[in-house]
Design a protein around this ligand. Structure first.
Ligand code: NDP
Length: 330
């Protein structure tokens, strides 16, 4: 059946300005790292994306290597843009990245001009679009001069193949260097994409949010649910259809008795707030207004519905925050 987006799609979502740029992003964005490759049922993948769009999620995050196999998430989304999402390109912010291994040989990964610009051309081909909205350097490359990597992002923007430039998982110090180079080139650093959750606070320890605030760049934080650990799904064992059971990125060893005790404690706090743990985890990363968007994943449409409902209760008391810290960090 053909898809018609909900006429109410902009009614509930909150849109946050990305740093000091003109671009607004939804408070929740959807990432296609897992569950949108050739290994995922296409109907379900489509339903997840349509459910997200119906709820005001206008930002879809991809990378060259998302799948499996690498590239297949972009191919899937390209098909969606030609079918269900045809006519809605201008209502969407689509991002992609290059930096992790995509093809064999010395040019298939990291941050050379050769690698980044070839990869972007491939991404545009798979997505079937003339440009992406945001093009990221997916990771810092210790062997390539930062001027070359940032120069490639600037070229992508000047060539009209990307509207904005971003970086992912760069330290605060490297972010400052990268942003200074980009500023000089005339293409500001729009956004940084780091990991962040109640269980993973490196961006606080590294003062990355302060740095981004200074630079006027936004922050879109990935894996706010710690890949599903910050939900109620592992409280009674490892479900067969869960990421931890797929032997991929979420190591089941992380579901130790100690970590499960922490998650149970956090789940109880969420319950007292009248939220699911997933909702509290998302509200927690968004409590800081320097976070532009929480970048979630989903393996079924209902998870997106549950996660977006986090916006109904955004505020935390000082006592709740202290309780969360006690379970998550001590
Ligand atoms: P999350 O922390 O949001 O984890 C998503 C997983 O959590 C889902 O697959 C699902 O697990 C579970 N889940 C989601 N919502 C709910 C819910 N409401 N209730 C219960 N369980 C839920 O994020 P991801 O780790 O998937 O990452 C999100 C995105 O961030 C990626 O798609 C990608 O775009 C980006 N990313 C970027 C990286 C980078 O280097 N820049 C690295 C990693 C991610 P299950 O599948 O088991 O059902």
């Amino acid at each position: 059946m053909s898809y018609t987006p909900s006429s109410e799609r902009y009614a509930q979502m909150k849109y946050n300005r990305t740093g000091r740029s003109g671009l607004k992003l939804p408070a929740l964005s959807l990432g296609l790292w897992q569950n949108f490759g050739e290994n995922a049922p296409m109907d379900r993948a489509r339903d997840i994306c349509c459910t997200a769009f119906d709820l005001g999620i206008t930002h879809f995050d991809l990378a060259n290597n998302y799948g499996p196999p690498p590239g297949s998430a972009e191919t899937f989304f390209g098909q969606l843009l030609k079918t269900d999402f045809a006519g809605y390109r201008d209502e969407m912010v689509i991002s992609t990245k290059a930096g992790y291994r995509m093809w064999p040989g010395p040019y298939g990964e990291f941050g050379s001009r050769k690698s980044l610009l070839s990869s972007l051309d491939q991404s545009l081909g798979r997505l079937g679009v003339d440009y992406v909205d945001i093009f990221y350097s997916h990771r810092f490359d210790p062997e390539t001069p930062l001027e070359e990597t940032m120069g490639a992002l600037d070229s992508a923007v000047r060539q009209g193949k990307a509207l904005y430039a971003g970086i992912s998982s760069y330290s605060a110090a490297r972010t400052r260097e990268a942003a200074a180079i980009l500023r000089e080139l005339g293409t500001p650093c729009l956004i940084h994409q780091p990991s962040y959750s109640m269980l993973n606070r490196w961006i606080e320890d590294d003062s990355l949010l302060d740095t981004l605030d200074d630079l006027g760049a936004g922050a879109i934080v990935f894996s706010p649910l710690a890949q599903g650990m910050l939900t109620d799904k592992y409280l009674n064992g490892v479900p067969s259809d869960s990421r931890a059971n797929q032997g991929s990125s979420l190591n089941p060893g992380l579901l130790s008795d100690d970590n499960l005790a922490r998650i149970r404690g956090l789940n109880a706090i969420a319950g007292r707030r009248g939220q699911t743990l997933a909702q509290m985890a998302i509200a927690w990363v968004l409590r800081n207004d320097r976070v532009t968007s929480a970048l979630i994943g989903a393996s079924r449409p209902q998870q997106v519905i549950d996660s977006v409902a986090a916006l109904a209760k955004p505020d935390f008391s000082a006592e709740e925050l202290a309780d969360i810290d006690r379970f998550a960090t001590e």
